[in-house]
Design a protein around this ligand. Structure first.
Ligand code: URA
Length: 236
């Protein structure tokens, strides 16, 4: 790729700053001063330095966010605050986007990346990546409900969901449950409960594939995925 593009992408500065650094002879490629930003470099093998500091080019970014309620899963919006608005500019420069959507009032694990291929793999209906949610549901959730969810639920548009694993954590006027689904239909969990006349009053995603939400992350916080987590995700 072009040297000036690589430097700008690596966060060295704006295109204009990069041009100045090059002109002043601060940039070296494999030890030689390079003033021409249009030069093509190999980001994997060439040693690129600015002021003697090695530059590491990163193509992709992978973030785990504990999505708070009140923000939407989109990259930009005229009226609403988005999950991307919560990120600092050194992450935003990768042009990341959320992988799939959580409703505005839903909390929990949201993956944010600029790797379109990985996003596509995780969202593809063919891949059946499991999504695990913790929910509080108004009404007594029963074993019968669990059996019904295991067979597939008929939603209000007639669609019958794939089998879902419903586990009761606590039964009561407000029940606490864990539910694992392998699809991502619009408002799916809420609509599955509506089909049995029960209302979800709190929803939090805890897992996506084999990747779990880091319990150290507070609402609205985020961090980069570790190598191991990324591997877990690609194997999900
Ligand atoms: N199901 C829902 O109903 N809402 C979400 O945000 C995610 C799954």
């Amino acid at each position: 790729m072009r040297l000036d593009k690589l430097l700008a992408n690596a966060g060295v500065g704006s295109r204009k700053n990069v041009k100045t650094l090059l002109k002043k002879g601060y940039v070296t490629v494999n030890g030689a001063i390079i003033k021409n930003g249009t030069m093509h470099v190999d980001e994997n093998s060439d040693v690129i330095k600015v002021n003697e500091t090695a530059i590491h080019y990163q193509k992709y970014v992978y973030m785990m966010m504990h999505k708070p309620p009140g923000v939407i899963s989109a990259t930009e919006d005229k009226r609403e605050k988005t999950v991307i608005d919560l990120l600092p500019s050194d992450i935003k420069r990768f042009r990341p986007f959320p992988v799939g959507r959580l409703d505005k009032d839903t909390e929990g694990l949201l993956l944010i990346t600029n790797n379109g291929e990985l996003a596509h793999q995780l969202l593809s209906p063919k891949k059946h990546v499991d999504k695990t949610y913790y929910a509080k549901v108004k009404g007594v959730v029963t074993e019968e409900d669990c059996n019904y969810f295991a067979r597939g639920v008929r939603l209000n548009d007639g669609y019958i969901t794939k089998p879902a694993l419903l586990r009761i954590i606590q039964q009561g006027d407000v029940s606490e449950v864990e539910i694992v689904i392998s699809e991502g239909k619009f408002h799916q969990v809420k609509r599955m409960f509506l089909a049995i006349d029960k209302k979800v009053i709190y929803l939090k995603r805890t897992k996506m594939g084999k990747l779990s939400l880091d319990s150290q992350l507070n609402l609205g916080e985020y961090r980069e995925l570790s190598e191991d987590e990324l591997e877990l995700l690609t194997k999900s």
